[in-house]
Design a protein around this ligand. Structure first.
Ligand code: PEP
Length: 248
């Protein structure tokens, strides 16, 4: 059975005062759902020390282990600080830092080498969707961003349409199903059915308490990567509960 994952990406939000939100989220922990919060790197060590059963992750890592890369963090540093996961290839990294699929694959490999689970993000822009290129883009990003040898114990994949992130716009369940079913089929073609069936596939983009149940009912959706609605326990805990209540 695939793991269900409710993952929160705090982006560049949160100082020590925000740790109380992680504390409050513990009340929603339930055996059938893994919960992950990716706070800013400045909070990882403190968050990991008090997060109980909530896993803590980084939002990005460098592809190299160490060296002259001012301001960057290696996957091993995140692991040493208490992270168990790291997001790679978030669309804001791809656009703000010109990260290519090859960069994302290199970061994902670095994550595995440090013992971190990678949450690899892919997704089309509005222009790509409107040009009818969504599945081509998803196929290309999947192939280019996920290194050979990926398995469910090292890798989670998040489909995040760029136009749905932070906009309040959410694809219809049919559109989400089309992409998630396509991802599962592509993964099956590459890794074989047994391995491909194990990958947890997350949807991300304006997930909130009010739409979580509908999204979690979509085929091949095993959880969510949540930005804005993961910052407050009051917003995130109903999403965790909706995932717990969804059919396997
Ligand atoms: C994200 O940052 O990955 C995200 C999905 O953000 P939001 O939930 O705010 O759209």
């Amino acid at each position: 059975m695939r793991r269900k994952l409710a993952a929160g990406n705090w982006k560049m939000n949160g100082t020590t005062a925000a740790l109380s939100e992680i504390d409050a989220m513990k009340a929603a922990l339930t055996p059938g759902v893994d919960v992950l919060i990716c706070p800013p790197a400045t909070l990882i060590a403190q968050a990991a020390a008090m997060s109980g059963g909530i896993a803590i992750g980084g939002q990005d890592c460098h592809a190299k282990d160490s060296g002259a890369h001012t301001g960057d963090l290696s996957a091993a540093m995140l692991q040493d600080a208490g992270a168990r996961y790291v997001i790679t290839g978030h669309s804001e990294r791809r656009s703000d830092h010109a990260e290519s699929d090859a960069d994302v694959a290199a970061k994902t490999l670095a994550a595995w080498n440090a013992g971190l689970m990678a949450v690899v993000c892919i997704g089309e822009t509005l222009q790509e969707r409107e040009s009818g290129d969504t599945l081509d883009v998803i196929g290309r990003q999947l192939a280019g961003s996920i290194p050979d040898g990926a398995t469910a114990s090292t890798t989670v994949i998040a489909y995040e349409p760029v136009w749905a992130i932070g906009t309040g716009k959410v694809p219809t369940p049919d559109l989400i199903a089309e992409v998630h079913d396509f991802m599962r089929a592509e993964l099956t073609g590459r890794f074989g059915a047994e391995v491909a069936d194990g990958f947890s596939l997350l949807y991300g983009g304006s997930v909130k308490a009010s739409n979580a149940e509908e999204i979690f009912a979509v085929s091949n959706v095993d959880g969510a990567l949540v930005g804005g609605a993961s910052l407050k326990a009051a917003d995130f805990t109903p999403i965790i509960s909706a995932l717990a209540a969804s059919a396997d």
